[in-house]
Design a protein around this ligand. Structure first.
Ligand SMILES: [Zn+2]
Length: 168
């Protein structure tokens, strides 16, 4: 019995030439065909969407002010935050990359420096939830970083949030 593999076929930038219903086991064939420029619709890697990311870390203190009395997050405490900045788009035809990782750093590091070893309650408007930190970062980076796609913020190794420019 054939399963429904449409979710695997619905990966952005990896739509199979035969449509979303095409069996995922055909992936190897159509990716290889596309790499040699023979796939239906053609186009190869310069028509693909590539997503790259770079990670940044900072340490900061914060407390939440709207949580119920006795909630642990109401007390001033700190996190080692991990931020992942994603860029997405098509390749530069000459350099064959999306964005220079060094260019991402040039834009993001000064923004991260504004948070590092500070009390986030003095900087972020509203509650200093991971959601609001990601939202603040997105606002600070939008318009400065070409191909910015989304920002992830991880408060602990097992918890995180992401928010995208497109809103999805
Ligand atoms: Zn916290």
């Amino acid at each position: 019995m054939q399963g429904d593999y449409r979710p695997k076929n619905a990966m952005p930038g990896l739509a199979p030439p035969g449509g979303a219903g095409e069996d995922w086991r055909e992936m190897e064939k159509w990716v290889k065909d596309d790499q040699t420029g023979t796939a239906a619709g053609g186009g190869g890697k310069f028509r693909r969407t590539f997503r790259i990311w770079k990670e940044f870390r900072f340490e900061a203190a914060h407390r939440l002010t709207k949580v119920p009395e006795g909630h642990q997050c109401a007390r001033l405490h700190g996190h080692s935050y991990l931020v992942r900045v994603h860029c997405a788009g098509t390749l530069d035809p000459e350099l064959e990359w999306l964005v220079d990782y060094a260019d991402i750093s040039k834009v993001v590091r000064p923004v991260i420096a504004r948070l590092d070893h500070h009390n986030l309650n003095d900087i972020i408007e509203g509650e200093t939830t991971a959601e609001n930190i990601a939202w603040w970062l997105l606002g600070e980076l939008a318009g400065k970083l070409p191909h910015l796609d989304r920002v992830e913020v991880m408060e602990t190794p097992g918890t995180g949030v992401s928010v995208s420019v497109s809103g999805d």
